[in-house]
Design a protein around this ligand. Structure first.
Ligand code: ADP
Ligand code: ZN
Length: 732
């Protein structure tokens, strides 16, 4: 089954001409001549490029546009599984859709070139056929006896089995009493244990799980597990994971923040008795290499990963799950900009397999697809084990303002005190890292700004730094105002989570308080330890940014306070209301997940805003219907299409010239509107000046063809770059 994905037909004989795609920013595949050894489509090869040698993939027949005399010859075919046909199709598809160079997409699919080198054999030792004449100590005798009864073992393992130090084994090897042999590496990822007891599903869960299982092996389909927070969506799709494993298929589960999903991993272990293969940016090089190989060989059955896991070379993928499908972290903005949820659907369709999208607040795009009958909805309206949904109430900050210089209203303070008194846990949520988002001089009003970006510097008091959240610039707080030279004149404006933690520590001296933000929790181990502390009730009050909102299940957590519910509503972003609703629903969903009922207090200046009303009433569908109406009227996604163009350059003058030329070349019609150029809200980012265009197109227009044609007319020069973002999610 594993080799079925490779195309056995397409082999190219010596001297023939083939196209080789290189993982580089080039226009397309280059032609090469096949050397003495035939090559197959999808195989990895090394080829000369200028003076270098690079690894590429045989992409198909040569295009024939290089004259034969100048054709270079493939150096070598690498001894590793070929890139599956479906992965190659996926690379082409993503490149076309995102208007990216295919080589850059291929680069994502071969992100670990070292994995293409043959794995080094594992050295083990066994008894030599004849024993040389050596002095036998007790330790040596034990090693020889152990070696006689066990299969060949690596020296360290043999020493451990025999209960001796490694030097003893080494000595016996040198003396010739033991000899080295190469053995096959043991598998790194064990198969999930399907015999372990699964939880008994509720009727609703069972129906949803059955629908997912039935869809396996029936080609492409999209199911949406639309279930309230705590409804047990994970248990539902675990059933489908188990069934797909039983069929010998691989399963990909995409999570928005895999490095922090310690609870998910421990649930997987409980259910299947093994570790899944993880794929995210924090893997070590060695782990990355062996994981890539284990995926390519089919050894790794379940892969849980961040968006980049979509580009791994699965030979036998049978199911994709996208958990928290609405999450903005699935959108990649740098380099090739793509939405992993949408590309997961594409990947499933190319691979003719089902995909399941799970969320308590599916995106408007996904809901529209359900309405149009393209996606199947699996509804879980109730929490597991009869837990009730939390009670959500707004706290009107105009009527219950916090005392000057503080951020927690008396209503929220009282609720927190009650919670601690009852021996329960609480969480305060504020989606802003650091201590204060703005620092200004009290004397002259000067604001500390990033030298490379149009952005204020954020004070991180714990780290003793001012930081730019866009480019990472950081500096010590200056002693004097750079403008008026006043000393000790700086005032912190507004709160970040550090400041809330300071206020809480002051207010609730008896409470055990912990802060969780992406800069205070570094890496999976810290996150796991943190989660354990909360779960074991070593913490009374958890304060955090959106990373605390993600999927956690803390039975004793009964109160959630949202410090600034209005935060995400600022700005003209088309999804601001939808996104705020999703985020706050998810935060609220942390409260009261077990026996004790939960309560959520939303501090807001706009208690009548549709988002607050929807959260309070729990009527998500009416809210979404209203949002959808507005988007339909405005011709916005998913009813119309958007593409964003950011042009950037080192100097503003030439950049503006270029932007004007681009604007003049733009095709314009009622169905294809080009807005801009306008200075981007972040007019300066990482030292580059930026101008934006927004393209608004009707569904009837071939957006890609029009964009391609337009962009081919004006060629950027002098360090100017054009970045295209089809289906943009951010507008800075
Ligand atoms: P969701 O992802 O929908 O918010 P979870 O999958 O996290 O919900 O489930 C919430 C809690 O309920 C978890 O602790 C989970 O283990 C538990 N749970 C869900 N379904 C069952 C079941 N059928 N039997 C036992 N426990 C369950
Ligand atoms: Zn900056």
């Amino acid at each position: 089954m594993l080799s079925a994905a490779a195309n056995p037909a397409a082999r190219f004989s010596p001297q023939s001409r083939v196209a080789v795609l290189l993982p580089l920013p080039l226009g397309g595949a280059y032609d090469y001549r096949v050397g003495a050894e035939p090559v197959g489509v999808g195989e990895f090869v090394t080829v000369p490029l200028g003076k270098r040698e690079v690894i590429g993939v045989v992409w198909g027949e040569g295009a024939g546009d290089t004259d034969s005399a100048r054709l270079k010859t493939i150096h070598q075919r690498l001894d590793c599984p070929p890139l599956p046909e479906v992965t190659r199709k996926f690379v082409d598809w993503v490149a076309a859709y995102t208007l990216s160079m295919p080589g850059l997409v291929l680069k994502m699919a071969m992100s670990v070139p070292q994995a293409l080198e043959p794995a080094r054999a594992l050295m083990a030792c066994r008894l030599a056929p004849t024993r040389p004449d050596i002095k036998l100590t007790d330790a040596r005798r034990r090693v020889l006896e152990t070696a006689a009864t066990l299969p060949p073992l690596p020296p360290a393992d043999l020493a451990r089995e025999a209960g001796v130090g490694p030097a003893v084994v080494k000595g016996l090897l040198e003396a010739g009493a033991l000899e080295s042999v190469a053995i096959k590496r043991p598998p790194i990822f064990e198969d999930p244990d399907l015999a372990r007891p699964a939880p008994t599903l509720s009727d609703g869960q069972r129906q949803a799980a059955d629908a997912l299982v039935t869809a396996l092996d029936k080609g492409f389909s999209v199911a949406v597990i639309d279930g309230v927070t705590g409804s047990g969506k994970t248990e539902v799709y675990f059933e489908a994971v188990a069934a797909a494993v039983a069929q010998g298929r691989q399963i990909l589960v995409l999570l928005p923040e895999i490095a922090l999903s310690a609870q998910w991993l421990s649930r997987f272990r409980t259910r299947f008795g093994v570790e899944p293969a993880e794929w995210h940016s924090e893997l070590s090089d060695a782990k990355r290499r062996e994981t890539w190989r284990a995926v390519a060989s089919g050894e790794a059955k379940v892969i849980v990963g961040a968006r980049s896991a979509l580009f791994l070379p699965y030979p036998a993928l049978g199911l994709i799950v996208v958990d928290e499908e609405h999450d903005g972290a699935f959108k990649q903005e740098d380099g090739v900009s793509y939405h992993a949820r949408d590309m997961a659907v594409v990947r499933a369709s190319l691979g003719k397999i089902p995909v399941a999208l799970a969320s308590a607040t599916p995106s408007l795009e996904t809901l529209a697809n359900i309405q149009a009958g393209r996606y199947q909805r699996l509804h879980l309206p109730d929490r597991h084990a009869g837990a009730s949904m939390p009670d959500i109430v707004p706290v009107d900050l105009r009527r219950h303002p916090p005392p000057r210089g503080t951020w927690l209203s008396p209503v929220l303070v009282t609720a927190l005190e009650d919670t601690f008194a009852a021996g329960e846990q609480a969480m305060l949520f504020l989606n802003r890292r650091g201590y204060a988002p703005l620092t200004l001089c009290r004397k002259c009003g000067f604001r500390l700004q990033c030298p490379h970006c149009t952005a204020w510097l954020v004070e991180h008091r714990m780290a003793g730094k001012l930081m730019c959240h866009h480019c990472g610039f950081s500096t010590r707080p200056p002693e004097k105002c750079p403008e008026c030279e006043a000393e000790d004149s700086f005032a912190a404006c507004g709160p970040g989570v550090e400041r809330i933690a300071e206020e809480a520590a002051h207010r609730f001296p008896g409470a055990r308080i912990a802060l969780m933000a992406s800069d205070t929790i570094t890496g999976p181990h810290a996150a796991a330890e943190f989660v354990r502390q909360v779960a074991d009730h070593e913490i009374d009050l958890l304060i955090g940014t959106q990373i605390v909102a993600k999927g956690y299940h803390f039975p004793m957590l009964t109160l959630v306070g949202v410090v600034d519910s209005d935060l995400g509503l600022e700005g003209g972003d088309l999804r601001a209301a939808e996104r705020t609703h999703q985020l706050l629903s998810q935060v609220a969903g942390r409260a009261g997940r077990a026996e004790r009922p939960g309560r959520v207090l939303l501090q807001t200046y706009q208690p009548d805003h549709p988002v607050m009303q929807a959260l309070v009433s729990g009527d998500r569908d009416a809210f979404i219907a209203n949002e959808a109406d507005q988007r339909r009227e405005a011709g916005m996604p998913p009813y119309g299409r958007l593409a964003a163009l950011v042009v950037s350059g080192p100097e503003p003058g030439p950049l503006d010239d270029f932007a004007r030329r681009l604007a003049r070349a733009a095709p314009r019609s009622a169905e294809f509107q080009v807005l801009g150029p306008a200075p981007a809200p972040l007019a300066l980012l990482r030292g580059r000046h930026r101008r934006r265009f927004l393209v608004k197109a009707a569904r009837s227009v071939n957006l890609h063809a029009a964009l391609r044609e337009w962009l081919s007319k004006v060629v950027p020069q002098g360090g100017i770059r054009v970045q295209v973002d089809v289906d943009p999610y951010s507008f800075f």
